[in-house]
Design a binder for this molecule. Structure first.
Ligand code: ZN
Length: 83
């Protein structure tokens, strides 16, 4: 009975090892896939277009540049005057 249990346990250990290996392999692929999807999302967000209150347009990628344009600065100035 003892021998049988030991054998059973060894078989189980191998099964668990195998299972863990497979799980890791599958997950590795999933993680990589998720990373690719996230990359695309971030890229899309970066180039998403916004209408600015000044009447201009900017993407998240060019927001800082847009805020330095004369058109935008003039708008900000008029806003300050009104307030
Ligand atoms: Zn603007």
């Amino acid at each position: 009975m003892k021998e049988y249990n030991a054998k059973y346990r060894n078989e189980n250990i191998n099964k668990i090892k195998e299972y863990k290996k497979n799980y890791f392999q599958k997950n590795k692929y999933k993680i990589k896939q998720n990373q690719e999807i996230n990359k695309e999302k971030i890229k899309a967000q970066r180039y998403e277009k916004h209408n600015c209150n000044c009447g201009g347009k900017y993407t998240n990628n060019s927001k800082a540049t847009h805020e330095k344009t004369t058109k935008h600065k003039k708008y900000i100035q008029t806003q300050h005057v009104q307030q």
